[in-house]
Design a protein around this ligand. Structure first.
Ligand code: PGA
Length: 254
């Protein structure tokens, strides 16, 4: 059985003081939430120290939304894996479609970041997903296979077990349009089959694959109820503690 993992991707929202407000409100709801789920919050860089400090006694873990593939040096505006470790970050979202499309991150760069994260024992949440044009053009499988194969180049069996894959169809992100549970399950099954091409089946069966793209309290149960869907990466519906808590309560059946 794979333990579900639900992560809040706040994107460019919530400085330290909003982060504090959210965490206080969320923590007060934690006791009533299902226990058999890993919970992760991903605030902007500037709010990471506040989040890890407030959650130091909590089971909720903290993720960064990005990271440099470099260790240090003349890379203005970047943040290294070691710096994230220093403020007790556990996970890092890599390859998000907004990083790929707006900031031009390539599969090769994302692979370098995933390798660097593992080198420093940060757990990557590695995002993949097709655009609407790619899906309608019949390229869904080709795109997912390419992103996975290139992104995971050089990643060992031990490391893939500490990697979370997030399948996020680009057309469903922030649009209110969600993949149907069947569309999502089919894509997840395909992702797992590619993992089985790359690793032993006993390994690929253990890798957690989140779904992301307009997940909300009302659709979490159906989506997370699918065989190969092991959690969610949530944007909009994670910005309010009440809605994120409701989504977790609805999505995780114990
Ligand atoms: P959304 O974002 O839930 O707002 O669609 C998901 C994501 O981008 O990770």
């Amino acid at each position: 059985m794979r333990k579900p993992i639900i992560a809040a991707n706040w994107k460019l929202n919530k400085g330290p003081s909003d982060t504090e407000d959210f965490i206080k409100s969320f923590e007060s709801r934690l006791n009533d939430l299902p226990k058999g789920v890993d919970l992760v919050l991903a605030p902007p860089f500037i709010s990471l120290p506040k989040a890890t400090e407030l959650l130091s006694q909590s089971k909720v873990r903290v993720a960064a939304q990005n990271m440099s593939e470099q260790d240090n040096g003349a890379f203005t505006g970047e943040v290294s894996a070691l710096m994230l470790k220093e403020v007790f970050v556990s996970y890092v979202i890599l390859g998000h479609s907004e990083r790929r499309s707006i900031y031009g991150e390539s599969d090769e760069l994302i692979n370098a970041k995933i390798r660097k994260a593992h080198e420093l024992e940060l757990k990557p949440i590695f995002c993949i997903g097709e655009t609407l044009g790619e899906r309608e053009g019949g390229q869904l499988e080709e795109v997912l296979r390419r992103q996975l194969t290139k992104g995971l180049e050089g990643i060992t069996e031990k490391q893939i077990l500490d990697t979370v894959i997030a399948y996020e169809p680009v057309w469903a992100i922030g649009t209110g349009v969600t993949a149907t549970p069947e569309q999502a399950q089919d894509a997840h099954e395909f992702v797992r089959s590619v993992l089985t091409d790359l690793y032993e089946v006993s390994v690929s069966e253990k890798v957690r694959i989140q779904y992301g793209g307009s997940v909300k309290p009302a659709n979490a149960a159906e989506l997370l109820g699918q065989k190969d869907i092991d959690g969610a990466l949530v944007g909009g519906a994670s910005l309010e503690a009440s809605s994120f808590a409701e989504l977790i309560a609805n999505g995780v059946v114990e």
